[in-house]
Write a protein that binds this ligand. Structure first.
Ligand code: AHR
Length: 501
């Protein structure tokens, strides 16, 4: 078969797509916060110091759950240092990235930003150098009505109304030897359970993400997750997964097949969650929070995260190319395909640090990975459908067999969204969308991201090499849509459909 057929059946539904899978991550590292979203000195700053150019570009990505303040940073962060009058906040040494933290941006600035951007705040507490009590006080500060010590403190800092932060993370990557306060699984489990109890007693409506394995390559992978889940029991609502990938061998075909391993990572963790649930004879279902994911390899070394004792340095400012954009689309396809178990996912990160957006002085650059994120952001509401792909493929070196076309689909109200990645570096692909139980009426919109080569990048000098363009020539005949995808491309096509086929 030389063309690819994508079969989408109305009855083969996976689950509603949780909007929170289109989340982001804002950490105090490098220039993510300072010179990223917050830069009072910039010509681009608004009256609160937020960068208008950055925020308007972020707006197009419609991020949902926004994780804050880290990351590794969270494991040394004492939230009280970041509230109150800015002039009295301490300047501190910051050990996660060996930098200086000014604390000019803290909980109140983050919540104000989240409200402005319509983000759902997701706060990771400090279970590295912090205590369960400190974590529970943070919940009190954010969520309790006035009348207690920390809720009154919030009111004194300008907000009598609670912030109502529903999503909380129980630390960050506590299995990683690089983490401040890293401990073995059984000790983390005790610590996390203590914090969880106090936090949920303070506000029973919150949902908690327990730290799962930070890397699939760590020796404690899975055993850590099992130990932690078995101990924490019903206190956890989600377990975290993290994943960073890259084209380490300079082999594009192999790199683009990495999506197989995303599917596998999700399925294996879901299997573990079900095992723990079954063993405990529990009714409690754990869901997955893929709360750090991205391409990251060029700047993944000790020097790249060393701020040399300075403030807001250029750390981990990865420059992305076209093949990275395809991998980002592959992550999103995998989350949509697993909408029944992945309920939260956070792109790490949103600006400057491994991010779709870079700032330089008062300038801004949209990197290649910005564009697939934008395509999906406009088409995300609905029910994930199983996308049955029949077509050519290839055997990759490290990830097994993949079809040349990677696909996912969302059935919305009167609309069918399809997402397709052509992994071939040389061949255009003819794709047929073959619906069952869905009557395709029209093409509402069809967009494409592609570029001259796998390594093509946007730069401050040439910012438009990779961008969204229209996908033309979609033939809609006989209930089938047929079109061509150029080599190395991502397409998002929304069809108008009849509600009843
Ligand atoms: O996102 C950058 C870092 O990667 C985070 O701080 C940490 O959680 C992960 O190792």
């Amino acid at each position: 078969m030389d063309h690819t057929k994508v079969i989408l059946d109305r009855d083969y539904q996976i689950a509603p797509v949780d909007p929170r899978i289109f989340g982001g991550f804002l950490e105090h590292i490098g220039r993510a916060v300072y010179e990223g979203v917050y830069d009072p000195q910039s010509k681009q700053a608004d009256e609160n110091g937020y960068r208008k150019d950055v925020l308007s570009s972020l707006e197009q990505l419609r991020f949902t759950a926004m994780r804050y303040p880290g990351g590794n940073f969270a494991s040394g962060y004492h939230w009280l240092d970041g509230v109150g009058p800015q002039s009295s906040r301490p300047v501190l040494k910051e050990l996660a990235s060996l930098s200086i933290e000014s604390n000019q941006f803290g909980t109140d600035e983050f919540i104000r930003l989240a409200r402005k951007m319509n983000w759902t705040p997701m706060i990771a507490v400090n279970l590295g150098t912090g205590t369960p009590e400190e974590a529970c006080n943070w919940v009190e500060y954010c969520n309790r009505p006035i009348g207690t010590k920390y809720s009154n403190l919030r009111a004194g800092n300008g907000s009598a109304e609670p912030y109502d932060v529903k999503l909380w993370g129980l630390g960050n990557e506590m299995d990683g030897p690089w983490q401040q306060g890293h401990v073995p699984a059984n000790q983390y489990a005790i610590h996390a359970q203590q914090a969880a109890k106090l936090m949920k007693d303070t506000d029973p409506s919150i949902e908690l993400v327990v730290c799962g394995s930070a890397e699939i390559g760590l020796p404690t992978y899975m055993e850590w997750d099992r130990t932690v889940l078995e101990y924490i029991g019903d206190y956890a609502d989600f377990i975290s997964l993290h994943r960073y990938v890259g084209n380490l061998n300079g082999d594009t075909a192999d790199y683009l097949a990495v999506t197989n391993s995303f599917d596998q990572q999700i399925e294996v963790m879901d299997g573990l969650c079900r095992y723990v649930q079954a063993k405990a004879r529990s009714r409690k279902r754990y869901y997955l929070a893929f709360d750090e994911w991205n391409v990251w390899y060029r700047t993944q070394n000790v020097e790249s995260v060393n701020g040399h004792g300075k403030f807001a340095q250029h750390l981990v400012e990865e420059e992305y190319n076209l093949e990275d954009a395809l991998v980002v689309a592959g992550f999103l396809n995998s989350f949509i395909r697993h909408a029944d178990v992945v309920k939260i996912a956070n792109l790490a990160q949103i600006v400057n640090v491994i991010a779709p957006i870079l700032t330089r002085g008062d300038q801004i650059l949209l990197q290649s990975i910005y564009y697939p994120l934008e395509l999906y952001a406009r088409r995300r509401e609905g029910m994930a459908l199983q996308a049955i792909v029949r077509g050519p493929g290839y055997e990759s070196k490290n990830y097994g067999f993949v079809q040349t076309i990677d696909a996912s689909a969302i059935l919305g109200d009167g609309v069918l969204h399809t997402f397709l990645v052509n992994r071939s570096a040389t061949e255009p692909a003819t794709v047929e969308i073959a619906p069952a139980g869905i009557r395709l009426k029209s093409v509402l919109s069809a967009e494409l991201v592609t570029g001259p080569s796998a390594g093509a990048c946007n730069t401050f000098d040439q910012p438009d090499t990779i961008h969204n363009q229209k996908l033309a020539n979609i033939n809609l005949i006989d209930q089938k849509a047929t079109f061509q995808l150029p080599p190395l491309s991502i397409a998002a096509i929304s069809f108008g459909i009849d509600d009843k086929a």
